[in-house]
Every structure is written in structure tokens, then in C-alpha cells.
Design a protein around this ligand. Structure first.
Ligand SMILES: [Zn+2]
Length: 68
């Protein structure tokens, strides 16, 4: 089996100061899930958002619909 899908997008620049990350830094970020920007020392942390919760929110929203 090959897992070729990249679910997450690795940022190519610091979200804080916009400093461009080198390809090597992007690799480190992908592996460690955390990288400190060398420019502003901002900690870039990759988080995986829970996809399950979204459907629950959808359900509670639609249940508010009043039918006549
Ligand atoms: Zn930065």
C-alpha cells in the first residue's frame, strides 16, 4: 500500500512574519510538527483539526430548523 496523500499543507512561510521557509525547514516542520521561525522566533505548530466534530455541529444546526 502506498500512502501518497498529503492531507495537510505545509506552510512555505512563517504565518507570523511571512518569512519564507527553506525546503529543509518545511521538511523539519512536516516531521516534527513544530518549527521555530528564525526571523521572529514564532513557533509554527501544525495541528490536525478534528474532522468528526464538524458533522456534529452540522446536525445541531439543522435540528434548529422549524417545520410547520
Ligand atoms: Zn516569523
Amino acid at each position: 500500500m502506498e500512502e501518497n496523500s498529503s492531507k495537510e499543507k505545509i506552510p512555505d512561510k512563517c504565518p507570523h512574519c511571512g518569512h519564507k521557509l527553506s525546503p529543509w525547514q518545511q521538511v523539519l516542520l512536516n516531521v516534527d510538527r513544530i518549527l521555530t521561525c528564525k526571523n521572529c522566533w514564532y513557533k509554527i505548530i501544525l495541528t490536525t483539526p478534528p474532522t468528526k466534530d464538524q458533522s456534529e455541529i452540522d446536525e445541531s444546526l439543522s435540528s434548529q430548523n422549524d417545520k410547520e
